[in-house]
Structures are given as C-alpha cells and as structure tokens.
Ligand binder design. Structure first.
Ligand SMILES: [Zn+2]
Length: 308
C-alpha cells in the first residue's frame, strides 16, 4: 500500500505538467513536456498516452506500484463518459481519453476538466484547505472558475458550471470569445487588461502584469485601466457571491501573480457592493501552476476511494 502512486497529467494548450503522486498527496516525481498541439489532436492523444505509460514505467523502476491514472484537459469535458468533448486550444473533438488511457496503461483511469481539478487541489491541499465552500477563479487568457464544496467540484448538468468569466458585467461591451459581449472575461482577463492598455496608450506588448506594475508606480493611464478591470471583476464576483456564497475566493492564473495589487483593491470594491451577501475571504492561490496536475492525481485517488 505504501508503494502505491497515481499517474497524473495536466494537458494544457502549450505544455503538459505530469507527476507521480502518492495517496497522501506527496509528489514523488514530476515531468513537463510540450503538448505539440499544432500536430493535431491525434498526435496529442498519442503523446499523452506515451507520457502516461512512461510515467508508469518510471514508477515501477523506482520500486513503486502505479494504481491509477488521472488526466485533466481544457475545454468541454464529459467526466461521466471520460470524453474530451471539445477544446479550442488542443483540438479535441469527442476523444475517449479515459478509456484510451486505461487500455494503454492497464489501470483504472479518470478524465477531468483542468480548472475544476485545479480548484479541487486548491480546496483540499492549497489556499482553501480550511474552508468548505471554495470558489476558485483562474485569471489568464480567459477567466475560468470552479465551485468546490467539501472537496468536490460541481460540473453542472453539461460540464459547464461555475463559468464566472461569462457573467455579463458590461452589457454591449467588448466582444467575448463565446460570442456574447461584455462578459467578465472580455473586460477583466489578463489578455483584456493588456489589450485595453495597448489600445489607449499606443504602446505595444504590454501585459496585464505590466499594467499592474505601472499602476502601482503611479502611472495615470495604467491606474485607470487597472481600476476599470477591478471594478468589472468586483461586479462579476458580486454575482458569483450571490449564487455561491463562497467562504473563500481563491484567485489563480497569471493575473494572480499581481498579488496584493489585485487582491487589496478587489476586496475594497467587492465590500462596497455587498448588501445582504457575506464577504468571502479573497486570497491568492497557493499551488501555482501545479494545481491542475495535483487535481488530476486527486481525481484518480478519488476513483479508488483512496483520497487524502
Ligand atoms: Zn463570454
């Protein structure tokens, strides 16, 4: 029993984070690989299976016993059937990844959604570990979220629950990737903040992190762009709080790197909007970009009934 490990893979648009994780959540070994999404979904699937098999071999070589595999992917995921239904950045269309992984490794396998898995890891092992009701929000190119209660993420009837990024906060606002206008993601994602600053300043290649830094240094334009984003974020969060009544909001993804530059004004802006709702704690994620991979391991352990 003490030699058991699970094989965990977090497949992203550009890279895969992989690990061998023990049942108590301790990480035995990690690897990173490029996803090579440009080669198409079949090549990516082959790549995932090769890497997973390689990890299982590595476990055996280290005297450990691989007992299950967990794979998490972006996009629309049917966790019941273990199918990667749709993904814009990896190109999956109805790929039965769970069964393919299970057949290749000869082990039970689980397929999950990257952000929900990351939320589960933050809720159980990271910043949310002393709260039962956790809202995890990843702010990067887009804004994705997961509502986790007692360590379990709720995917909804169609695997699309918790999509706080598509709450409309600025009706008629900037176009969103989803087809609507004024979604939170179109105004307050890292890409949206960078784009807005470039638009107004004419300076190219400015990231949201740069905007936060310039705002902190007292630059007027950066400050106004940053404040606009925080206000929009607080509007979205107020709706989320009305729906979820989270005890803690854990912010991850690239923009959370801004730390208190983001958290402090966001707390003030949300507090100013709160009426009957209760104010959640708002904190930065603790597991960084390994949350998805740890979440993949937790899903695999859950499937065995062997969770930390
Ligand atoms: Zn949208």
């Amino acid at each position: 029993m003490s030699n058991d490990v699970v094989v965990a893979l977090d497949v992203g648009g550009t890279g895969m984070k992989c690990a061998l994780v023990r049942p108590d959540g301790a990480v035995h070994h990690t690897e990173r690989h490029p996803t090579l999404a440009a080669r198409g979904p079949e090549a990516v699937t082959g790549n995932i299976l090769d890497i997973a098999a390689g990890l299982a071999d590595r476990a055996r070589a280290d005297g450990l016993r691989p007992v299950a595999a967990g794979v998490v992917v972006p996009g629309v995921v049917d966790e019941e059937t273990g199918t990667a239904v749709w993904s814009s950045n990896v190109g999956f269309r109805d790929v039965p990844l769970r069964d393919l992984t299970s057949a290749r490794l000869g082990l039970p396998a689980t397929l999950g959604h990257d952000v929900r898995a990351g939320g589960v890891a933050e809720a159980r092992l990271g910043a949310g570990r002393d709260e039962r009701n956790v809202l995890f929000i990843a702010i990067g190119t887009g804004i994705a979220a997961a509502h986790v209660v007692d360590g379990k993420a709720f995917g909804g009837a169609h695997g699309a629950a918790g999509e706080v990024g598509h709450v409309i906060v600025r009706p008629g606002g900037p176009p969103c990737g989803c087809g609507a206008r004024g979604c939170l993601e179109s105004v307050a994602s890292a890409s949206a903040v960078g784009r807005r600053y470039v638009e107004l300043s004419g300076i190219e290649d400015v990231t949201a992190f740069d905007v936060a830094t310039r705002a902190a240094a007292g630059e007027k334009l950066a400050n106004s762009v940053w404040t606009e984003a925080i206000e929009a974020f607080a509007d979205g969060l107020l709706t989320a709080q009305a729906l979820y009544d989270a005890g803690i909001v854990v912010l991850g993804g690239g923009l959370a790197e801004a730390g208190e530059e983001l958290l402090a004004p966001l707390r003030v802006a949300l507090d100013a909007r709160i009426t009957f709702h209760r104010m959640p704690r708002i904190v930065r994620a603790a597991l960084g970009d390994t949350a998805g991979c740890l979440g993949a391991a937790l899903l695999a352990l859950d499937s065995l009934g062997a969770t930390p």
